[in-house]
Design a protein around this ligand. Sequence first.
Ligand code: GP9
Ligand code: MN
Length: 626
Amino acid sequence: MNLLKKNYFFILLISLMTLLWTLKNIFFVHETELAPNRLLIFCSSLGFSILVASFLLFRFKWIGYSLAVILYTSTSFLFYADIVYNRYYHAILRIELLSQAKQLHKIKDSIYSLIYHSDIWYLMDIPIIILLMFFFLKKWPIKNGKIAGVSLFSVGAGIIFAISYFSLQFTYSDQYKVSLTGVIPAHVYDLSWNIYKRTYIKQTFLQENNLASIRKEFTEKQEIQKSSPYFGKFKGKNIIMVQTEALNAFPINLKVDGQEVTPNLNKLIQTSHYYPNTYLQIGRGNTSDAEFVANNSLYPMGYVGAYKGFPKNDYLSFANVLNDLGYSTSATHGNSPEFWNRLEAYKKQGYSKFYSKGDPEIVADEIIGLGISDRSIFRQMAQIYKKENKPFFNFIISLSSHRPFVLPEKYQLLPLPEKMKNTSTGNYLESIHYFDDSLGYFIDQLKAEGIWDDTILVVYGDHYGPLPIDEKQIKDFLNVDFNEKTRFNIPLVIHHPGEEKGVLNEGVGSQMDIYPTLTALLGIKEPLVQLGTSLDADYHQIVGFAFETTRYSFYSDDYDYIAAHQGVFELGTCIDNHTKKPTDVQKCKKGYDSIFNDMQTSTFLLENNWIGKIFENGPVLANGRN
Ligand code: GP9
Ligand code: MN
């Protein structure tokens, strides 16, 4: 009788765990707006529940219990971490990211802004299951369940492995993998695929790849850069490049209650080249990948941020090229230098100097959010330029408009209508307005210090600010359709020295095109490792996405291609931008092949550290600071 009850309760426990895990996974899949495969999710949840329960049958029952509790709790928290991560990155976590866990405290406010009250449902099962397991062991102590325990463990693990290998493929997006099998098999698959890939694929690709064809591709790209009407017009000028935190394009020229959100940028645009159809191209490194793409004209990686995964590679980055031309080169970031591994990565990126928090030349006199305030950084840099050997290149990464977009009251300078106060959209616009105000001040300083006339100023956004969850509010408040394309849209402004009348260039472009656009202005003739092209050249750019949306999606002037989650070209949607309607998918094939090829090249160059080899005997050699 006791045995019957014991088995009965044990099965009930596994059933309850399975039910809760199935539900949690299905909720998560609904957040991604995909359709869950209920059967496979149920099976993987069953596998996991059996695996957890098997520990309760181990001989030392309280050790078994502790292990079951640890496994259930830690997996539940990792699962929840996936949910929060997905709300920002549209992907699930990777094991490589664990090494960055120590910097989590710095972005805690941003993380809190992605946690909702209703999330309690994702964690409520933990105490219930822990208590039930305790109750089970207390009431029906098991004398010797070793064999049963090991067998159940194998069954549970077997189910999970079988589902991972038979249902998933490496081409599937993270979200699609989760929608098919739930989070656990998705992680098991990713982990094993990465181990396999690291061990075998790299070498094969290395042998098969053809150096001559890569060299030819870059040489041809250089011919396109030369066709820019401004080619060589600004040789030897200083360059200040400002990468702005969370700056989307939609606040540009936007008015709230008759007040411009970005009056200084709007004014700058009047006398600059403005590229309103520029798009982000970030990978898992987010801000740091925006930096990487803009400075290297390569694709980011989908599985690891470039600064984290490949900091020691040789690069033919913008700073390295400028070092060879005799420029003083520097980067500026108002947080500690180790943040996102910048200190290490910047050496090979070629910056001769890194101005950051803690540097003797920088005073942390005012902190907003993640670091030194934009206004303070701009003020200090304008003074530093005076002493800098000319020409100089300075790359500033602004910080004050980082999420959660809450500014000290004295800097909330944008008069918002009552209904927008303390809303995520209102706060976002306040942050952008503060950045804009600081930028205006910076430009005034540059003029006052006599730097402006000899300087190319570049301003662009690193990635989107608001999230998909804000879409409705943005529509209600601002009548802006904050769809995926608007979300990926960042502004790019390039002010040429002496430019008085602005030029509006509405061609599609991306962060990858910034570096080639600038090297064209400087008149660099030697081929460079650049997958992008000068935005001023007579050429139709394609913006490919390696991450952030389904891989190999792209935007171009004529067609947009939305890749399918399954990773099969024919299953994607090709949109004719003239009719705004889906068209024959084959019309997107050429664009797809080109970005597919470029992403392969980029991956190959990074994974094998081959950039230094391409133009080994060529005119410009990357010599990072060591
Ligand atoms: C800040 C950056 C972190 O410059 O390193 O920002 P995020 O990637 O979270 O936007
Ligand atoms: Mn950022």
